[in-house]
Design a protein around this ligand. Structure first.
Ligand code: FAD
Length: 68
């Protein structure tokens, strides 16, 4: 049996972000999710997230045309 400072139930974007933030603050974290979860997603992200999460443009599969 192990103790954790933080237990996050649900590893979607909200739970994963909470777990990541807690771990970055030095807390021991257990992140739980259901077994065999299939996450439906269109794969689209807001442009601001590229900056916020330092995602390299080389990982983009497609992008909308630049605005005039
Ligand atoms: C078909 C579809 C396409 C989408 N496409 C996009 C897209 O292209 N771009 C985009 O930005 N957003 C997209 N979304 C929206 C995006 O999926 C949600 O905004 C996002 O997942 C919400 O994050 P969340 O962490 O709040 O919840 P969720 O992602 O739903 O995470 C909740 C987690 O909790 C877990 N959980 C629940 N109950 C329990 C339990 N009792 N025990 C353990 N674990 C549990 C679930 O398994 C899940 O992993 C799409 C949504 C759908 C349905």
């Amino acid at each position: 049996m192990k103790d954790f400072d933080v237990v996050v139930v649900g590893g979607g974007p909200a739970g994963a972000t909470a777990a990541h933030e807690a771990a970055q603050r030095g807390q021991s974290v257990l992140l739980l999710d259901r077994d065999g979860r299939t996450k439906p997603c269109g794969g689209a992200i807001p442009p601001r997230l590229m900056r916020d999460f330092a995602i390299p443009e080389s990982l983009l599969v497609a992008a909308p045309p630049a605005r005039a």
